[in-house]
Design a protein around this ligand. Structure first.
Ligand SMILES: NC(=O)c1ccc[n+]([C@@H]2O[C@H](COP(=O)([O-])OP(=O)(O)OC[C@H]3O[C@@H](n4cnc5c(N)ncnc54)[C@H](OP(=O)(O)O)[C@@H]3O)[C@@H](O)[C@H]2O)c1
Length: 264
């Protein structure tokens, strides 16, 4: 049997999202994509689609060139104990907090570390990639192409991989939280929930596209909405008085610190 080109261990939210991206990009034939996850139903589903299913983690690693880990960080030690003797050509990890150095201590192969985010599901993702200097350019290019097919990719220094969590990995939840708080407040004021939801989400999409596509700076865009003596400036001034920037800084610090604890 030929080795699989790329195989994924762990088909939860992220593993399935990445697999869908590989499928839509047509970069690798499904028969050359290997899979292993704990849920048998999930494996049956992908087996019927032509993917190669392995009987366990070790079997997958022994028969694959590139192995992508997509399990929760809490399970990494147990997984490593099962696969550390495999002859993996290139290991790719999306686990928050787990460093390249940790993998080097356990594997004698090149390591690529990725921090993706959930909007990959709709090809609007943002993925940060770091890697060691042993990685084969062809393997790296394949990984970059896969993630580029689902959004933007930036190569960053590994030392920033925990910090980048608060730029892309965790931030979709911040955005949802902020949108939810705005909807709840609108509803309290008597606005229909569905109306509020539609308009607030559309406003986030529209405002983000304005930032992306216009030559104006972010401050110029803020100023364009906040006329002097008008209404919006009152809201922005309240954010400043209540030190929203400081709250964001504290939330980010706690998020990053958790990644550091998980990675220990
Ligand atoms: N979700 C995000 O937005 C996001 C963003 C950036 C990075 N990440 C990273 O992505 C990773 C996966 O996150 P997720 O949200 O996809 O988690 P998830 O939904 O819990 O998926 C993990 C999957 O791996 C399976 N699994 C656990 N141990 C396994 C093993 N030894 N062999 C095979 N399969 C195993 C789990 O099965 P059971 O459920 O049966 O345990 C589950 O299906 C995490 O390390 C996280 O840090 C996630």
């Amino acid at each position: 049997m030929n080795k699989c080109k790329l195989s994924i261990i762990g088909l939860g939210n992220m593993g399935k999202t990445i697999l869908n991206g590989i499928e839509s990009s047509n970069l690798i034939n499904p028969s050359l994509v290997g899979l292993y996850t704990l849920e048998k139903d999930v494996l049956n589903y992908y087996s019927n689609k032509g993917y190669t299913i392995f009987k366990d983690e070790k079997d997958l690693c022994d028969n694959s060139e590139i192995v992508l880990l997509a399990i929760k960080p809490q399970g990494i030690e147990e997984l490593v104990s099962k696969i550390k003797d495999s002859n993996i050509k290139c290991l790719v990890s999306i686990l928050a907090g787990v460093s390249i150095d940790y993998y080097h201590k356990n594997f004698n192969c090149p390591i690529i570390r990725i921090m993706p985010n959930m909007p990959l599901q709709i090809n609007k993702g943002a993925s940060a990639i770091s890697h060691d200097d042993k990685v084969d350019k062809k393997d790296l290019d394949l990984i970059i192409d896969i993630f580029k097919s689902m959004g933007v990719v930036n190569i960053i220094d590994e030392s920033l991989m925990n910090d980048i969590l608060v730029v892309n990995g965790s931030t979709p939840a911040y955005v949802y939280y902020f949108i939810n708080a705005m909807i709840n407040d609108a509803v309290k004021r008597g606005i229909d929930e569905e109306v509020a939801k539609e308009m607030i989400i559309q406003t986030f999409i529209g405002s983000s596209l304005m930032l992306k596509n216009s030559n104006k700076t972010i401050q110029e865009q803020i100023d364009a909405v906040c006329s002097k003596g008008g209404t919006t400036i009152e809201a922005i001034n309240t954010f400043k008085e209540k030190n929203l920037d400081e709250i964001i800084h504290l939330a980010n610090t706690n998020c990053i610190n958790r990644a550091k604890v998980i990675g220990k």
